[in-house]
Design a protein around this ligand. Structure first.
Ligand SMILES: NC(=O)c1ccc[n+]([C@@H]2O[C@H](COP(=O)([O-])OP(=O)(O)OC[C@H]3O[C@@H](n4cnc5c(N)ncnc54)[C@H](OP(=O)(O)O)[C@@H]3O)[C@@H](O)[C@H]2O)c1
Length: 243
């Protein structure tokens, strides 16, 4: 396994939730972080959470804008690993009531954003580097009704990584597929109902708990450190795909 000590890691989505958990875990391993998100306020709060030490820099960029994505790599220069956890709450209406503008925004953010990161990221990625993107449990266990779009988008990531792993070799390209993780996205999605949802899911899950960002961060660390894993999707879902 390659050490992360002194490695430069860009985490797009690193200002909140899973991405913030990955940034904190990578920092503990001695890495240098650049966290990226749209909101300067969230980035500043994340920098405070990650603490002083001079190994975290934040950069405001919107991954739906190609010029912003190109700027991320112009400004950071050479780096070792790219992680993206960026995403917004998915559409969840039944297919007959789907708001197509919302769907297009979701696809733009999650899938096209990842494509643009891959397009521009390779330019500054050092030898031995990796790219890791995020899919999710909804491809395995689609919510009914309303799960078809998020399922299609999350499902596409595994194939994206398999093809890119060949095209960009020896750069490694992988996917993390988390189950439910307690993050601010859930507060936005279900508000105060969150604790009830989570208690119900925890009782059903083989792991008997809903994950925190710290619980899923090791999958991202593994994919950065393992020099022999590429084109792979790692599920880290407490057994949620089994139930
Ligand atoms: N939480 C779960 O249970 C779960 C389960 C499976 C999969 N996932 C997936 O995991 C990913 C992360 O989820 P999370 O729960 O950690 O969400 P979160 O806490 O809301 O964090 C999302 C992060 O993405 C950034 N972001 C969103 N749109 C962006 C854009 N256009 N450009 C740049 N940054 C952007 C956000 O910052 P700004 O808003 O400031 O841009 C924030 O840092 C999502 O794709 C989600 O679908 C989550």
């Amino acid at each position: 396994m390659a050490s992360l000590k002194g490695k430069r890691i860009i985490v797009v989505g690193g200002s909140s939730g899973i991405g913030l958990g990955v940034a904190a875990a990578a920092l503990e391993r001695g890495a240098e972080l650049v966290i990226v998100g749209r909101s300067g306020e969230k980035l500043k709060a994340a920098e405070r959470t990650l603490g002083p030490g001079g190994r975290v820099r934040s950069l405001s960029a919107d991954m739906t804008k190609e010029a912003d994505i190109a700027r991320i790599f112009d400004e950071t220069g050479a780096f070792d690993h790219l992680v993206s956890t960026a995403g917004t709450p998915p559409p969840n209406d039944p297919i007959g009531q789907t708001d197509m503008d919302f769907v297009r925004r979701f696809v733009d953010n999650k899938l096209i954003g990842a494509v643009m990161l891959a397009k521009h990221g390779g330019r500054m990625l050092k030898a031995g580097g990796s790219m890791t993107f995020t899919s999710g449990i909804n491809k395995d266990r689609p919510p009914v009704p309303g799960g078809s779009i998020v399922s299609a988008i999350a499902g596409s990531f595994g194939y994206f990584a398999r093809a890119l792993a060949l095209e960009l070799a020896p750069t490694r390209v992988n996917i993390v597929s988390p189950g439910w993780v307690d993050t601010p996205m859930w507060d936005e999605l279900v508000g105060e109902a969150k604790s009830g949802f989570f208690a119900g899911m925890a009782a059903r899950l083989p792991a008997r708990k809903v994950a925190t960002p710290a619980d899923v961060a090791p999958a991202y660390l593994y994919l950065m450190e393992s020099e022999f894993t590429t084109g792979e999707t790692i599920r880290i879902d407490g057994g949620q795909n089994l139930i």
